[in-house]
Design a protein around this ligand. Structure first.
Ligand code: ADP
Ligand code: MG
Length: 243
């Protein structure tokens, strides 16, 4: 079957800084890929390229048959297919939880409010915070806010979900509740790319782990294989620090 994400020879520069240096990656439908690597290795930049939050200078990205080009119609189409969750939850602080989740479906998908509310409440139920729907983000814990952010992304019915260190800004006792939601999402068959330092999650949920360093994919494999038997010195050195 055709991969849902195809990345070929991707190069990205910030000015003179060569941040992605020839990335090749294919992700299958329903696959969960965890990306690990040191700070500054290009993990965020890579996943931001996939929904065109960043442009790139060389190479190709095709998402579900849509070529990422400069054509804004393609960019809009991609944004509808790809949900993203950030380290900082990025909720709209002046809007209630429910309105955070219904905003994009109403504005972008042109859903009537009733339908958007119905779907939003189902999603808030799914992430375990339907009872917080009428609150404002600041009234919620970090873990609850991140679960709202996941519900908000899911409200657009994406085919792919990208997570950029979704638990890194959380107090330790709230990490588990967010990982639980992500685990459930993975089980439901969602295609996911997750940048995380949570190696337990990677081991348990990832179909494949990718180790990046200095803008390149150094090594990839099934989590058990990669963690137990890394082939490259850079991977070994990184894992020795985080495992
Ligand atoms: P990671 O997520 O692995 O920590 P990033 O993708 O954030 O790495 O960053 C990769 C490199 O690109 C780093 O050297 C970083 O400083 C640089 N970088 C990231 N974003 C920008 C930007 N907007 N402008 C200039 N340099 C950037
Ligand atoms: Mg990053």
């Amino acid at each position: 079957m055709e991969p849902i994400i195809q990345i070929e020879n991707l190069h990205k520069y910030f000015g003179k800084l060569h941040v992605l240096r020839g990335i090749n990656l294919e992700v299958a439908r329903g696959e969960v890929v965890v990306v690990i690597g040191p700070s500054g290795s290009g993990k965020s930049t890579l996943i931001r390229c996939i929904n065109r939050l960043e442009d790139f200078q060389e190479g190709r990205i095709v998402v579900d048959g849509i070529e990422l080009s400069h054509d804004v119609r393609n960019i809009e189409a991609i944004r509808r297919e790809v949900g993203m969750v950030f380290q900082q939850f990025n909720l709209f602080p002046h809007m209630k939880v429910l309105d955070n989740v219904t905003l994009a479906p109403i504005k972008v998908r042109k859903w009537p409010r009733e339908k958007a509310v119905e779907v939003a409440m189902q999603l808030l139920e799914r992430v375990g915070i339907a009872d917080q729907a009428e609150k404002y983000p600041a009234q919620l814990s970090g873990g609850q806010q991140q679960r709202v952010a996941i519900a908000r992304a899911l409200a657009m019915q994406p085919k792919i979900m990208l997570f950029d260190e979704p638990t890194s800004a959380l107090d330790p006792e709230m990490v588990g509740e967010v990982l639980d939601v992500m685990r459930e999402l993975a089980k439901s068959g969602m295609t996911m790319i997750v940048v995380t330092h949570e190696m337990g999650f990677a081991r348990e949920v990832a179909d494949r782990v990718i180790f990046m360093d200095q803008g390149q994919i150094v090594e990839e494999g099934k989590p058990d294989t990669l963690f137990a038997n890394p082939q490259h010195e850079r991977t070994r050195a990184f894992l020795a620090r985080v495992l």
